[in-house]
Design a protein around this ligand. Sequence first.
Ligand SMILES: Nc1nc2c(ncn2[C@@H]2O[C@H](COP(=O)(O)OP(=O)(O)OP(=O)(O)O)[C@@H](O)[C@H]2O)c(=O)[nH]1
Ligand SMILES: [Mg+2]
Length: 724
Amino acid sequence: MAASMVRTWTCTKFSLSRQLVDIWRQHNTNYVLQTLTGSYAQYQYYHLTHSFYRKKRHQPEKVSNTLLSVEKILNDSTLHKQVKNTLPTIEVWNNMTVKELANSANRDINDIIDIFSILNKTQFYNNNTVLTLDPLFTRAIRGLGAKAKIVTKRDKQQEVPKQIFERPPLPPPELVNRHPVVTIMGHVDHGKTTLLDALRNTSVVDSEFGGITQHIGAFNVTLKSGERVTFLDTPGHAAFTSMRYRGAHVTDIVILVVAADDGVKDQTLQSIEMATKANVPIIVAINKIDKPNADVNKTQQELAKYGIVVEELGGDVQCVKVSALKGINLQELTEAIVLQAEIMNLKGDPTSLVEGVAIECSNHFGRGKLVSALIKRGTLRKGCLLVSGLASAKVRAMFNDSGLPVLEAKPSEVVQIIGWKALPKVGDEIVEVKNDKILQEVLKLKEKEHTEALAMQHKIGADQKHEEHLIEYKKILEIRKLYGGNKTIIKKAKETLAERKEQHKTEDSVATVNIILKGDVAGSIEALLDILNTYTLDNICRLNVIHYGIGPIIDTDVELAATFNAIIYGFNVGMDRTIKATVKDKGIVVRFYNVVYKLIDNLKDEINNAVPNVDVEETIGEAEVLQNIEIKDKRKKINVAGCRCIKGVLSKSDMYHVIRNNEIIYTGKLVSMRHLKEEVSSIEANLECGLKFEDPTISFQPKDTIVCFKIINQKPNINWNPGF
Ligand SMILES: Nc1nc2c(ncn2[C@@H]2O[C@H](COP(=O)(O)OP(=O)(O)OP(=O)(O)O)[C@@H](O)[C@H]2O)c(=O)[nH]1
Ligand SMILES: [Mg+2]
């Protein structure tokens, strides 16, 4: 039975002769298996042997067929897929052990030992052998049929930051009461800032550009009832998703503002989703009830559809009907907040080392690097050492939301901190460390993580290059397999690949818009970058952000703009007076905006201007073929399409497609257009005609479609929808 299986397999698979079967019968199993292995190896490499080449060279082959096959292989995108999709990714790190690699790769430890032992016969490998990320390692990963992804591993050295970032909470009896952090969320223009102004007796809304909030605002407020609340005001405009997200994730309570005259809108839904995902209770404030078209009931019903069922409708969500503008029911709203906070019994730990979140970061004109932080734990004082990502600070001074100095900040309070060496990233955690030694250690480790992440990025880039190379290699190999040592074909194939690369490069550099973004606060830059991330039309025009940063436009920005031919966008920032002359001399384009969607509108114009015109087809008429009419012209047979115009106009001088079964079978011009034996220049809808094309050999079938079109040289459609 086994013998017959091997026989069938060998004969079909390798086309080996009957001799092998005889050997199987006459010799022992080991011998047969060895022979099989040998034959298999021979089969595998047969296409690369001299005899194969020689044989192939003498095989008569039609040139056109050869070219077709070569072309087919060169265009074979499945090879791309094979290389790109089939390789699984293994997470690796420097100095990992064989055992760790086996776990990470989800492979048998012996596989790992085998592959390393084959590649490096001079070393003995066991479970605990430490591996370094060198070329041998990369080859071994390839040998395992995978790709490597370099990650950072928390090793012993990193126990210090672990202690710092994951401090155990204080036992509940030692915690003290703290006031609530309340984030106001909702759709654009539904009255969030007006409501907050009314609650704290200010008029922030009057100072906002374009009538919309574009920063996350943080305020410590003492309500008329004497209760303290920290309010965060978020923008409702679609562009500021990250700010809303941040607001929803640092808060205890969300006030969802919904205008009674407008109802539930996109950003209302997004706010509900964010608050729900962050597990934060919602209080609904139905605003603008003073408006004649206010419909509170309808708004409540709409909210119920999305899971926010207010108490009046039998749910458990508090809902207060207010008018922020007229100051109606504000007392009820504050009572609802206080009640919700009481239910939550919010506690804090003001005694331990500080933990907080960077709400906003900016380069303040007089104060320098300024971070607005929400304190979550501990009490922040002057002199505290803080670390956040790669940034660190020794607190030099602190200010409240009115810009007045404060001496300390306790849990739930928002405070502006100066003393930063570099600005943290908005939304990042801020932690206090005990002394400078620990600070330096943490920074060193953070730096290491950062470098490793960069190395990983570079590695990915290198992998990509390697993959491209591999695809080309596979294509040439395929051609070699088919045409043996035919040097001319292989040379031609290599040349074609090289030409395509070149062509790809030139196509790549068709249109590019380079920009530099400078903004007043990190949140604005983040919002702008989020919008730019929605741009996906790089095949039509590349959009490159050469550099972005916080603060006024300075000389290095101008230098970069000159080098990369970039436009500088200043959002809510000015430009150093000293560089105005350089900007003018170098002809740098600098644009200033203080409303986010206006900046994006301008960028869209820039992209449109940068893109060269392209030829597009504009259909002007359509006809249906009724029959193929055969006529004789100087003894030659000529086909004419007998058809009826069914849409628009057919014009004699324009271009035509002949379409059969949804496929264009011919594209060209007419030499004659006749209506009732008369030569005409156009045919209108519902009229019959005979169309004679430049190519007289083309024949027509009833139901073929003939499309008449003009070629128009116009700007391609830049359909960038940034989400607003
Ligand atoms: N009639 C009436 N108008 C209001 C009320 N509350 C706000 N408004 C008006 O609605 C407009 C928008 O108010 P904002 O407070 O800026 O709205 P917002 O929700 O903060 O807007 P974004 O921050 O841009 O999302 C302003 O013209 C306000 O005067 C209200 O209770 N009644
Ligand atoms: Mg607002």
